[in-house]
Write a protein that binds this ligand. Sequence first.
Ligand SMILES: [Zn+2]
Length: 139
Amino acid sequence: MIKYTLTCNNGHQFESWFSNSDSFEKLKEKGHLECAVCSSREIEKSLMAPRITSNNSKKKETLISAQSALEKEIKALKKRIKKTATDVGENFPTEARAMHYGEKEEKPIIGRTTLEEAKDLAEEGIPFAPLPWNDDKVN
Ligand SMILES: [Zn+2]
C-alpha cells in the first residue's frame, strides 16, 4: 500500500491509500478519484518527502551530540586552566610582559585583554593563546 497526498484543481489536499503506484493512474483515468471537498475529478498527486524529513532529524541529532562533546572538552579545559593558572584579569598584558622580560617568575596566567593589546603582545613575541570561550566571570 502507498499513501499519496492528493490535490484537486481547487487546491484541496487530502490523503488516500493505493495498492500500488499504477493504481492511482488507473483510478484517475476511470474517473474514480474525486475531491472529498468539492467533488472535482481533476486530482493530482502532491510531492511527498517523508525521507527528507527523517534525514533532517538525524542530522540535527548528530549536530547536537557533536556540540555537547565540544562543550565537555571546553569544560574540562576550563577546569584544568583554573587549577593551574592564575587569573590576572585586566592586568594580563602587564603580567605577560613582566614574565616575558624576566621581571617576574614565569607561571601560567589567564586574563582579559583588548584586541589592540593582544596584537602588541604578539608583535613582542610574547606567547599567549586565546581561550575558546567568552567568560566574564573567571574566578
Ligand atoms: Zn477540491
